[in-house]
Write a protein that binds this ligand. Structure first.
Ligand code: SF4
Length: 305
């Protein structure tokens, strides 16, 4: 089948099955182009909560599709490639978190949305990179906070909000965490007029060298509204597809061609078509875990309004 034929068939099936295709900003360009909606974790969570489609084909990694399922328990949610997972989310499980909670009783437990359903089920609140600062800042300063799993986003929030009373789990996103100060300094020297936009999953030393720390959704908005013409983008390179498409008059320099999340590149058009045809790889969650895990997500959505 040619690419055009694949896209035509996907669109026909989508209409016939009242399906919606959601894609994260890090997905391959061909997937972003056929999606009904592209966005960051918060935008996709909101979309998933509000959709009235019967079938959600989620092009992202497992925790995102799980989040969509928690917010739309009566809908069928499909992850086109079952083994598309997030390495950071897998760094902690429910049992490990329960042990930490025992060590710090009476804490508010906050999970970055990049976490499994089992981890979320142990939490009071979820945050995304887009709303983490606002939500952590709203928590009482005298209350101890357990933040999992991302030590980089956690330490960024701790510092920016002066919430010193925080335990940070030692998880990280391998894609962002391996970026070095040397590489960023080299990029800045090569493009001295470029503004540096960084994702807060990056290390503190890099965030300090950047002009703005933003979620992928906020990077897109910032660039759209900026008069500047050149940007060094310090996050996964998938976002460049949309940045370039939406801002043809602006130049985007990736921090490194190695800033690639292999799990975000697994889904191809063939997988989306297969998902619509066969409806396999459905997200099925334990009912109790799903109900418990939906609570911190809903609490986050209420605080984000
Ligand atoms: S880029 Fe990092 S945080 Fe995002 S899915 Fe990949 S491993 Fe997880």
């Amino acid at each position: 089948m040619t690419q055009e034929e694949l896209i035509k068939r996907i669109n026909e099936l989508k209409r016939a099955k009242n399906a919606i295709i959601l894609a994260h900003n890090y997905e391959l360009g061909e997937i972003q182009d056929i999606a009904d909606f592209c966005g960051d974790s918060l935008e996709l969570s909101i979309k998933a909560a509000n959709t009235d489609n019967d079938l959600i084909v989620f092009c992202g990694v497992r925790f995102m599709a799980e989040t969509a399922k928690m917010l739309s328990p009566d809908k069928k949610v499909i992850l086109p490639v079952a083994h598309a997972t997030c390495e950071m989310a897998e760094m902690i499980d429910g049992e490990q978190l329960r042990a930490i909670k025992k060590e710090y009783p009476n804490s508010i437990t906050v999970a970055y949305v990049n976490s499994t359903a089992e981890t979320k089920a142990e939490c009071d609140l979820c945050v995304t990179s887009s709303n983490a600062l606002k939500i952590i800042a709203s928590l009482p300063k005298d209350k101890h906070v357990i933040f999992v799993p991302d030590r980089n986003l956690g330490s960024y929030c701790k510092e920016q909000t002066n919430h010193s009373n925080m335990y940070l789990y030692d998880g990280f996103c391998p894609v962002h965490d391996r970026l070095t100060v040397e590489v960023l300094k080299k990029r800045k020297a090569e493009f001295p007029n470029a503004e540096v936009l960084i994702h807060p999953e990056s290390r503190k030393e890099l965030v300090e060298l950047a002009d703005h720390a933003l979620s992928t959704g906020k990077i897109l908005t910032y660039v759209r509204e900026s008069d500047k013409k050149e940007f060094i983008i310090v996050t996964e390179i998938g976002i460049l597809h949309r940045l370039e498409k939406e801002n043809p008059d602006k130049k985007f320099i990736p921090i490194s061609c190695e800033a690639v999340c292999p799990h975000m590149k697994l889904i191809r058009l063939e997988n989306v078509l297969e998902a619509l045809e066969k409806e396999e790889n459905e997200i099925i969650l334990d009912k109790e875990i799903m109900e418990k895990a939906a609570k911190p997500i809903r609490a986050m959505l209420d605080l984000s309004k």
